[in-house]
Design a protein around this ligand. Sequence first.
Ligand SMILES: C[S@@+](CC[C@H](N)C(=O)[O-])C[C@H]1O[C@@H](n2cnc3c(N)ncnc32)[C@H](O)[C@@H]1O
Length: 195
Amino acid sequence: MLPKRDEVLTEMEDYASKHDIPIVGPAVARVLQQLAFMINARTVFELGSAIGYSTIWWARAVGEGGRVIYTDGDSKNAERARGYFARAGVSKRITLHTGDALEFLSEQNEEFDIIFNDVDKDDYPRVLRLVAPRLRKGGLFVTDNVLWSGRVAEKNPRDSSTKAIQEFNRKLAASPEFYTTMLPIRDGLAVAFKK
Ligand SMILES: C[S@@+](CC[C@H](N)C(=O)[O-])C[C@H]1O[C@@H](n2cnc3c(N)ncnc32)[C@H](O)[C@@H]1O
């Protein structure tokens, strides 16, 4: 049922698959884009962009004059992403930042329409502490991998990523600042609406 992607996105999907780059994939990407359409989002801050696959879906969703901030710690990813953005015709809408995404988010003084979280899982609890003041009322905080292949259901997980996602999920679900649902699509997508 998934509509065909254009040449650039298809090439990125192939590249990600061959090089084990964990992109959101087309099903989740469509949800991201639909969420942006639904709240008429014009600004998106993305934490963890890799080769820019999800970034392109956001950039197309915000439309002409919209703005997406790409962040990744790996400059090789950013270089590759830049090439894809040019070919996808969305370069003007995207600002690339290479370095720590959390640090860069903490320096932002504006309120975004959407903040998308897809960084290292150990960082998730820290991301949650940064987000609310940088999101407009009625904006969305969206997070990938909240099911972590089902490992979030473990009673006593040993690995730090599972523990961090569990802590993140509990705190996000209990936060009075957000109205949150967790969509069991692919590896789990948390959608939190800022009240
Ligand atoms: C799951 S991938 C992102 C995939 C991308 N959102 C997509 O779906 O197309 C995670 C990326 O986050 C980057 N990353 C992880 N922790 C980071 C951090 N603290 N600051 C910046 N980048 C980070 C990694 O280099 C990796 O490329």
